[in-house]
Design a protein around this ligand. Structure first.
Ligand code: HEC
Ligand code: HEC
Ligand code: HEC
Length: 435
């Protein structure tokens, strides 16, 4: 009996020692992981900022898509509270208005620049990479100063975003120091390529940095880091698929700089399709950015897709209506009833300039996600209120029905093999976008 108690006691002692050692390691780690606090300042007088710098900052904030992650529908712009879903839980965009307590009113320029470059808050705590500082960090000092001037001259809004809901131990911010060590790329400035022209250089500077196009359009690794070696090979955003912007682009019409400019500026390329899902707000913001900067982005991304199949040839696109209807009768019937008024070639509602379903990339992708998402969620006019609109069918069509119409459209207008298990694809799309 007493021997047994002795063994138990020594086990307890070992456990206690291990626990103590763990606590010590965590404490040392937390100390090592902590960045210094930058002293609070009085909110700078908005009149102290140069007007032209504020205007420049406003344009840069649109290119950086800041409002998308720092505003909620119906809420005050930049006041935060925007839920961002990650595989590890939900992170909320911060209040970046100059309210001294709940926003960044007490942040000096140094604190702001450190947050954008290193992902560290004013108080020294690490920020989650849902804030794409891995890309925003490439922004020049002059541009960061303009962004700071712009944000500090907004109305201060008192609003505390909800607390993040992350799986343990990720709620503990020092863990992020480890993430940065493992996953934050240490790339320096890129070598100039004067032979490609000033517009290309400008497009690369904005696209690879502030506009962070690769954050959505690239695959992510186990630590949710962007896989830099596969930049623009296609990625996932909020339950949507952001298709490749490189040689593997699924587009069947070439993304020329002109077409890209129209798409980024108006949310619609008549040679392709409309910008749906998370791409909608990107175009909404770029519609109000300086024209030359949007031309620069278009020039650069036409270049990243210069070897795509559509750049080599633009095939005559088939309409396999009869074959598709025989293979998918239920889908064909649904399409006639619910979709044909807008999508049947020659239909009365096919107003001039509406691209037909063959042209967009969704039906030519190797996964059905964007086709399914647009049926579930519809399309809000990306830029102008009278722009392209499609109703959402998430509440009116079942998974089976959406699967049937998707299979029919792929067979009629798409390219590549039939998509497998479409009902599961619809269920997954619903789950990943919180439908
Ligand atoms: C893809 C979403 C996303 C975009 C785009 C984005 N942010 Fe954020 N940002 C976040 C999230 C999420 C946080 C909070 C991170 C955390 O709590 O660790 C954050 C935090 C910040 C912070 C730190 C605030 C604080 O109180 O800690 C600043 C400053 C900031 N963002 C500025 C910007 C600016 C300026 C832009 C545009 C150039 C921008 N962000 C674009 C998601 C985004
Ligand atoms: C927040 C995530 C996100 C960001 C940031 C983003 N995109 Fe997208 N993008 C998407 C998604 C999702 C789609 C697919 C939407 C659809 O099918 O309508 C898309 C579609 C596109 C397409 C259409 C491609 C095709 O073949 O159909 C182009 C071109 C594009 N994006 C370019 C850009 C550029 C350039 C930037 C940077 C200025 C950018 N995107 C930033 C998510 C994003
Ligand atoms: C009120 C008109 C309207 C109705 C009804 C409608 N759509 Fe659309 N749909 C649009 C518009 C506008 C677009 C965006 C422009 C474009 O790509 O044609 C679009 C885009 C799409 C796209 C993406 C096209 C691409 O290439 O990016 C798919 C897929 C689609 N619709 C499927 C359907 C299906 C399936 C139905 C019926 C269940 C349907 N739509 C009903 C107007 C409509």
């Amino acid at each position: 009996m007493s021997a047994e108690r002795g063994t138990r006691r020594s086990w307890l002692r070992i456990l206690a020692l291990v626990a103590l050692a763990l606590v010590a390691v965590l404490a040392i780690f937390a100390l090592w992981a902590r960045a210094p606090t930058i002293a609070a300042i009085e909110r700078p007088d908005p009149a102290s900022f140069d007007r032209s710098e504020v205007v420049r900052g406003a344009a840069l904030a649109r290119i950086g898509n800041c409002a998308s992650c720092h505003s909620v529908a119906g809420g005050r712009v930049y006041a935060g509270g925007t839920p961002i879903e990650t595989p590890f839980g939900t992170i909320f965009g911060s209040n970046i208005t100059p309210d001294p307590e709940t926003g960044i009113g007490a942040w000096s320029y140094e604190a702001f620049a450190r947050s954008m470059r290193e992902g560290v808050g004013r108080d020294g705590s690490h920020l989650y990479p849902a804030f794409p500082y891995d890309r925003l960090r490439h922004t020049s000092d002059a541009d960061l100063r303009a962004l700071y001037a712009f944000l500090m001259t907004r109305d201060a809004v008192r609003a505390e975003p909800p607390a993040n809901a992350l799986i343990p131990p990720l709620g503990w911010r020092p863990v992020l120091a480890g993430w940065k060590l493992l996953a934050l790329p240490r790339t320096g400035p890129q070598a100039p390529q004067p032979q490609l022209g000033a517009l290309w250089e400008r497009g690369r500077y904005l696209g690879e940095g502030l506009a962070h196009c690769a954050s959505c359009h690239s695959p992510r690794g186990l630590l949710q880091q962007e896989v830099r070696e596969q930049a623009y090979a296609g990625g996932w955003s909020d339950g949507w698929y952001a298709p490749p912007l490189d040689a593997s682009s699924p587009a069947v019409r070439e993304w020329t700089a002109e077409r890209l400019y129209a798409y980024l500026r108006t949310g619609l390329s008549t040679a392709h399709a409309a910008a749906a899902g998370p791409m909608g707000p990107v175009t909404h913001n770029l519609a109000r950015a300086p024209e030359r900067d949007v031309r620069a982005l278009a020039t650069y991304y036409a270049w990243t897709m210069r070897e795509a199949r559509a750049a080599r040839s633009e095939p005559v696109l088939p309409d396999r209506g009869a074959v598709a209807a025989r293979a998918h009768p239920a889908g064909a019937a649904l399409f006639r009833g619910a979709c044909a008024a807008c999508h049947e070639p020659g239909a009365p509602m096919m107003v001039a300039g509406r691209p037909d379903l063959r042209l967009g990339s969704p039906l030519h992708q190797d996964n059905p996600r964007d086709t399914v998402q647009i049926i579930l969620q519809g399309l809000e006019p990306p830029v102008e209120p009278n722009g392209p609109y499609m109703p959402a069918y998430a509440d009116t069509l079942t998974d089976t029905q959406i699967a049937a119409v998707t299979a029919y459209m792929r067979a009629r207008w798409g390219s590549g093999p039939e998509w497998g298990d479409l009902e599961k694809a619809v269920a997954d799309a619903r789950a990943e976008s919180g439908e």
